[in-house]
Design a protein around this ligand. Structure first.
Ligand SMILES: Cc1cc2nc3c(=O)[nH]c(=O)nc-3n(C[C@H](O)[C@H](O)[C@H](O)COP(=O)(O)O)c2cc1C
Length: 166
């Protein structure tokens, strides 16, 4: 497969592809679930995106190698908490392999029973609407059952690092 970078046709290189994708600035979220067997879980993601206003749909994608692939693709309800600029440490914490237990000091319970991050910039309570294959990820579409948001400064992920709009 070939791609065009800086006007030059080149063979696709995974590292270059990742670097180019990193040019797209995103927010950072914690996707959460209260699993009947494992308890409350949280995972850092930046693949969150809006999909539809009517019906209200959002999506995120999970890498197929995740320890919790089955939990997130099979759950009935999940949550998405958007991080503020001063919550970068939480992003790092919940991105650690084996470090996804949602600690009670960080969360309260959302309207669909999912963990809801304290002091999040926004939170969406979702019901799983569809799961689609997406290469080495699964794309999870959620119907938003409830949401809340506050004024604040978002945590931004860009070029492989954390940034702030401030
Ligand atoms: C800023 C950031 C964004 C991430 N976005 C995603 C994502 O969209 N989807 C995903 O599956 N993992 C994402 N990850 C990785 C997960 O947080 C976590 O590290 C990974 O799932 C570890 O595998 P595990 O689930 O087996 O513990 C992201 C990590 C960081 C730091």
């Amino acid at each position: 497969m070939a791609s065009i970078a800086e006007g030059v046709l080149m063979t696709m290189n995974t590292g270059d592809f990742r670097q180019a994708l990193g040019q797209f600035a995103t927010g950072v979220c914690l996707v959460t679930v209260d699993d009947p067997e494992l308890g409350p879980l949280a995972t850092t993601v930046n693949s969150f995106s809006s999909v539809s206003l009517d019906p209200p749909l959002v999506l995120w994608s999970i890498q197929s190698t995740s320890d919790h692939l089955g939990v997130y693709t099979g759950c009935v309800h999940f949550g998405i908490s958007v991080l503020t600029a001063d919550q970068a440490a939480l992003s790092g914490h919940y991105a650690e392999r084996g470090g996804h237990n949602a600690l009670s000091e960080h969360f309260i319970t959302g309207s669909a029973g999912e963990p809801k991050l304290i002091d999040a910039l926004a939170h969406f309570s979702c019901a799983t609407h569809a799961v689609h294959p997406g290469g080495d990820h699964q794309i999870i579409v959620g119907e938003v059952l409830g949401f809340e948001s506050v004024e604040g400064t978002p945590l931004v992920f860009y070029g492989g690092g954390y940034r702030s709009l401030a």
